[in-house]
Design a protein around this ligand. Structure first.
Ligand SMILES: [Zn+2]
Ligand SMILES: [Zn+2]
Length: 222
């Protein structure tokens, strides 16, 4: 995490204690789902050198190259689910002013679109044009793939649920929040609401696919 927004860990995660020399290396994970004959991407990472994330994240991201490595071209992606419109999750939708995934519907919660402003609205949402598909609340856009409105980190944050797997976006940032979901993150828009969403997701998932942990997948003991 670049110096522009980095703070000491105890300020980032109020209520948590860390060893004095603890370091936090922020990882950025996107997920590819092959579901019901569709190719669905969940989040698009930090984006290119012109991304709004450039002020704090190590742009350019590697998403398109990583997709190519598993045989997926940008034009193959049928749908992009954006957990929320922070620059490290949606920055990779648009590079050089053009949509990266030209054939994809981009599913975003209504509450997120109502809230977002500034460079993310102007440089990312606007160029997507009619590729944006507005969703409201909990919906099942494809058989077996559910979107769960989980506000708090941002007003229109959503998770993706497939069976007992939840792709949890920014409902969690650091593993300390697994042991104590009341530990808040400094950049949560509504920390109390984020706690409620975090508890709800931890109660219903068996496996988490997280956005920022070092290990992408976390098994939860029941
Ligand atoms: Zn975020
Ligand atoms: Zn994030």
């Amino acid at each position: 995490m670049g110096a522009a927004i980095r703070k000491p860990l105890p300020e980032m995660f109020r209520g948590a204690s860390f060893p004095e020399d603890a370091e936090w290396v922020l990882h950025f994970h996107c997920y590819l789902l092959l579901a019901g004959g569709r190719t669905v991407l969940v989040d698009t990472g930090i984006g290119g050198v012109d991304s709004p994330a450039a002020s704090w994240a190590p742009v350019p991201g590697r998403l398109v190259a990583e997709l190519a490595a598993v045989g997926v071209k940008p034009g193959d992606v049928d749908a992009v689910v954006l957990t929320h419109l922070h620059s490290d999750h949606a920055g990779g939708c648009v590079v050089g002013g053009a949509p990266v995934f030209p054939n994809a519907r981009h599913l975003i919660q209504r509450a997120e679109l109502d809230w977002i402003s500034g460079p993310m609205r102007e440089q990312v949402v606007a160029p997507l044009g009619d590729r944006v598909e507005v969703v409201s609340g909990d919906v099942e856009p494809f058989p077996g793939v559910r979107l769960l409105h989980t506000p708090g980190h941002t007003p229109g944050h959503q998770c993706v649920e497939v069976g007992d797997l939840v792709l949890s976006g920014d409902v969690l940032h650091h593993p300390v929040q697994l042991g104590d979901p009341t530990i808040t993150y400094v950049y949560d828009v509504d920390p109390a609401e984020a706690v409620r969403s975090r508890k709800a997701i931890l109660a219903r998932a068996r496996v988490l696919a997280t956005a920022h942990f070092a290990e992408p997948f976390t098994s939860l003991s029941s």
